[in-house]
Design a protein around this ligand. Structure first.
Ligand SMILES: Cc1cc2nc3c(=O)[nH]c(=O)nc-3n(C[C@H](O)[C@H](O)[C@H](O)COP(=O)(O)O)c2cc1C
Ligand SMILES: [Mn+2]
Length: 464
């Protein structure tokens, strides 16, 4: 049986990780606060004000424990499991003739995206957003497919604003349609198993079809069906598919929106529009609510694929250094912690340079620690930084690197505008070697053995 959002809800429920909310919740006034206040459970809203009959699933996964459930593993193994499952070839999709997402087909004037129970995510947001829409497009030259997250502002019955960060594959493909003076067909998938979301946020080469990557993560081919109004294939077991086009030149104000770094800035301005032509759903579709921001669901989808990508990058460039684990930390994913065992002096710095140079531009501050530090515990990482770092020798700042467009602390703007007045950003990046002396210097390395209390073995006997 295909794994989808229904099987995921069942899995969460059986694991005691699902909280059903029968009380009426207003998606405009209350839902975002609920998402922020309950992070230890997935939430299924059963009564959404203004949207009779709809249910909304959110915070699923809202933490790494639930991410572990999606990967059928422990929370501390999620990143390594992602790497393991994507080591081999991706899994081609299987085109089928029909599926649950075609149970109801609406086209033309019967489509109204305002009926979707979208919520307002933050006080200064421009309006209601679909944050869980995975945008599927096809390269007009090569025919290659791409699937990626893009925030979508609800602007009318059949109108969405879309924000594409310059350089993203969707953005690159859109530039090709613009050169051809043609509208870009787009299909937006809302609601599926979380591993689809984990695949969509993975930054890989243009040739990588993120739906085939989802197949690798799921361990089964993704079944796809043809769209009603365009030549795109979409997952047959999704909850909702929106089909539309993006005009090559039409622009309208879009944003601000609650962003992953914890602010409202980034990407707002004159952005493209999606004209929705069809909406296909299940008989009783469940909407995927997705709270964006630090340490909520949106962050989990950034954190896991990014950590896995950095892990893979490090293995490619660092030869035989043993990388134990990688975790993008501190809520915002501008920081990354690498767990490794240094063999030689300076080796950790070599590794860290790779950690800030990969496919993701987010990683601005990279820290290396040994295997005796819990990289999932920010306090433990801070302890290593404060006790194993001689700032003059163990910290390096590299100037003039490519920065993230949505990092406002980066002030080095260069070049002509890319879109919506956005210009390129030059940033400095910092690497911090918080590892112990290397294994080739055992005497000095031993000095850093962590304190261990006496009598740990007898503790149970004494306390019982
Ligand atoms: C929750 C979430 C929301 C995102 N929103 C956007 C967005 O609005 N616009 C955008 O360009 N990228 C957004 N991204 C980032 C892309 O999904 C990510 O960088 C992806 O790997 C790019 O895909 P690509 O390699 O096919 O270009 C978002 C990521 C996440 C996890
Ligand atoms: Mn891509």
């Amino acid at each position: 049986m295909a794994r989808d959002m229904r099987s995921w809800i069942k899995q969460l429920d059986e694991a005691g990780c699902l909280l059903k909310i029968p009380k009426e919740v207003d998606p405009v006034k209350n839902m975002s606060a609920v998402f922020y206040s309950i992070t230890d459970k997935a939430l299924l809203f059963e009564n959404v004000k203004g949207h009779p009959g709809w249910r909304v699933l959110g915070q699923a996964p809202g933490n790494m424990k639930m991410a572990g459930l999606a990967f059928d593993t422990d929370s501390s193994m999620v990143v390594r499991e992602y790497v393991r499952r994507t080591e081999k070839d991706t899994v081609p999709c299987e085109v089928v003739s029909g599926g649950p997402v075609k149970e109801i087909i609406r086209t033309g004037v019967d489509v109204d995206v305002q009926t979707l129970p979208t919520h307002i995510q933050g006080l200064r947001d421009a309006g209601r957003y679909i944050a869980s829409g995975l945008c599927i497009v096809k390269d007009p030259e090569t025919g290659l497919r791409n699937m990626c997250f893009h925030r979508l502002q609800v602007k009318g019955r059949n109108k969405l604003g879309i924000m594409m960060v310059p350089g993203r594959h969707t953005w690159l493909i859109y530039q090709k349609y613009r050169a051809l003076k043609q509208p870009m067909p787009i299909a937006i998938m809302i609601g599926h198993h979380p591993l689809y979301y984990m695949a969509a946020a993975y930054t890989g080469p243009m040739e990588l079809d993120e739906l085939e990557l989802a197949g690798a993560l799921l361990g089964e081919p993704v079944q796809t069906v043809c769209c009603e109004t365009c030549d795109l294939q979409v997952p047959a077991h999704a909850e909702i598919i929106l089909e539309g086009t993006i005009d090559p030149e039409l622009r309208e104000d879009e944003g601000p929106f609650s962003e992953f770094q914890g602010y409202y800035f980034g990407g707002s301005g004159q952005n493209p529009l999606v004209e929705i032509k069809a909406m296909t759903t299940r008989f009783d579709p469940i909407f995927k609510g997705l709270q964006n921001g630090p340490d909520v669901e949106g962050c989990i989808y950034h954190r896991v694929p990014m950590s896995a990508a950095v892990f893979k990058d490090l293995r490619n460039v660092t030869g035989h250094v043993e990388i134990k684990d990688v975790y993008c930390h501190w809520g915002t994913v501008f920081g990354v912690v690498v767990q490794m065992t240094p063999r030689f002096y300076g080796e950790a710095k070599n590794v860290l340079l790779a950690a800030i140079s990969g496919s993701y531009v987010h990683t601005k501050i990279a820290v290396a620690v040994d295997e005796d530090v819990d990289i999932y515990d920010a306090k433990d990482v801070a302890w290593a930084i404060t006790t194993r770092v001689d700032p003059e020798n163990d910290v390096a700042v590299i100037k003039g690197m490519r920065g993230h467009q949505m990092d406002e602390s980066v002030t080095g703007m260069v070049g002509p505008p890319l879109s919506t007045g956005v210009r390129q950003k030059l940033t400095s990046k910092m690497i911090i070697d918080a590892t112990k002396p290397p294994t080739t210097d055992p005497e000095r390395r031993d000095v850093y053995e962590r304190l261990t209390p006496v009598g740990l073995d007898d503790l149970e006997h004494i306390l019982s």
